[in-house]
Design a protein around this ligand. Structure first.
Ligand code: GLU
Length: 415
């Protein structure tokens, strides 16, 4: 298996648009480095009384367009280079969606699946204690990501507010709706992704009603992708998987029943009326749309030739490696890239910030309407550039996004 380094992959995507944007090697070198990063060691008292030191990071990649924005992940396989790559992706994602925000990402190496709720709370608070001088509502605003949720955001907001002795909703997004959170944030990534798929389906001649969809990952994004796909677009969700494995049913899975099953058993596997499959088998299914909604680098040069989907929608960050990307493009399989397709999360995070700054609370319909407009605008810009220049949509997305960041750096007089 080819070892992939997400940061190296993302830097290669950046190079793909340098010529079009006439970016000099020196300027490219500036953009290939995060502007700031913080490494912390976080001591946490565990339930058995012992103290464990966790390694944590926060990377602020580029803040030319505004305060940096991006989630915090809790994951056992976290590395600083993954966080750097994800922080870079956030920079291009915010720029592509025309948000006045830069990009950042944070992470802690830990396995929340083996930790109690109390241990996770103490770790979340300790992460904020260790980073409170580095983040802030007009500096760097974290959010949920893999294995962190609205409860973790509430603890983090509370800890920050205690340190600075004033309730500071705007320091973090993805909070519970009753505590400064926005309506529609929970399923925003999946909903936004479906707006992009809906538009792309028109351009690629795919009828969504009855279309076969496979979803890799059944966390917040994957599960909402399945629900919204079935309820709003009448697609047939034929397969889903989680970290343990997947399930397949030719006629389509009963998504609400599957959610119940996962809640009860901890996995989607062994779901009645469905066949167990592996994650690898899921990626190779003969479907119309393949939605990777879990981790980075799952479609690589080793398995890309087996992908039979008509198009791929990247709901995860970085799920298709650079080599696989080139191979799939050559085979004519369009990829709706992460910076376009999963921007719904950060768009509604931005809307949450705007509400927090104004101590306001918008209705769900208003949030969703604004999300839809942003997703459709970004898709149209990417599709038009990609089809006009005959380049992959990822390259088109990077060209638009990097161009905006470069322009901001020039106006600021940095370069
Ligand atoms: N973690 C999400 C992402 O990767 C959302 C980030 C945010 O809302 O700031 O896009």
């Amino acid at each position: 298996m080819a070892e992939q380094n997400l940061f190296e992959e993302v830097k290669r995507h950046l190079c793909s648009c340098s010529a079009d944007l006439q970016i000099t090697p020196n300027l490219e070198a500036v953009m290939k480095m995060p502007m700031r990063e913080l490494h912390v060691s976080i001591p946490v008292r565990m339930d058995d009384g012992s103290i464990r030191a966790f390694s944590g990071f926060r990377v602020q990649y580029n803040d030319a367009l505004g305060p940096t924005k991006g989630g915090i992940r809790f994951h056992p396989d976290e590395t600083i280079d993954t966080i750097r790559g994800l922080a870079a992706i956030m920079t291009w994602k915010c720029a592509l969606h025309n948000l006045p925000l830069g990009g950042a990402k944070g992470g802690v190496i830990c396995n929340p699946k083996t930790m109690s709720s109390g241990e996770i709370e103490r770790l979340s608070r300790a992460y904020i204690q260790a980073t409170s001088h580095f983040i802030g509502p007009d500096r760097d605003i974290p959010a949920p990501d893999v294995y962190t949720d609205s409860e973790v955001m509430a603890w983090m907001m509370d800890e920050y507010s205690r340190i600075f002795r004033k309730t500071t909703f705007g320091v973090i997004t993805g909070k519970p709706v009753s505590l400064g959170g926005s309506e529609g944030r929970e399923d925003a990534t999946a909903r936004g992704g479906w707006f992009v798929i809906r538009e792309a389906a028109k351009d690629f001649g795919i009828v969504l009603e009855g279309a076969k969809v496979a979803i890799q990952g059944f966390g917040n994004v994957g599960a909402h992708a399945a629900i919204i796909g079935q309820e709003q677009y009448s697609v047939r969700v034929v397969a889903v998987s989680d970290s343990r494995g997947g399930v397949f049913a030719r006629e389509g899975l009963d998504v609400p029943a599957l959610l119940e099953h996962k809640k009860k058993t901890g996995s989607v596997m062994d779901f009645p009326d469905a066949r167990n499959i592996t994650n690898e088998e899921l990626l190779a299914l003969d479907v119309d749309i393949l939605i990777p909604a879990a981790l980075e680098n799952v479609i690589t040069i080793d398995n890309a030739s087996r992908v039979k989907a008509r198009f791929i929608a990247e709901f995860a960050n970085g799920p298709v490696s650079g080599d696989a990307d080139a191979l799939l493009h050559a085979r004519g399989v369009p990829i709706l890239p992460d910076i376009l397709c999963n921007g719904g999360g950060v768009i509604v995070s931005y809307l949450e910030m705007v509400q927090n700054f104004n101590l306001d609370h918008w209705e769900r319909g208003e949030v969703i309407a604004r999300l839809e407009r942003k997703m459709v605008d970004a898709y149209r810009a990417v599709y038009n550039l990609a089809s006009g220049n005959n380049v992959p949509m990822r390259q088109a997305g990077y060209t638009i996004a990097v161009g905006r960041v470069v322009k901001a750096m020039k106006y600021r007089g940095w370069v």
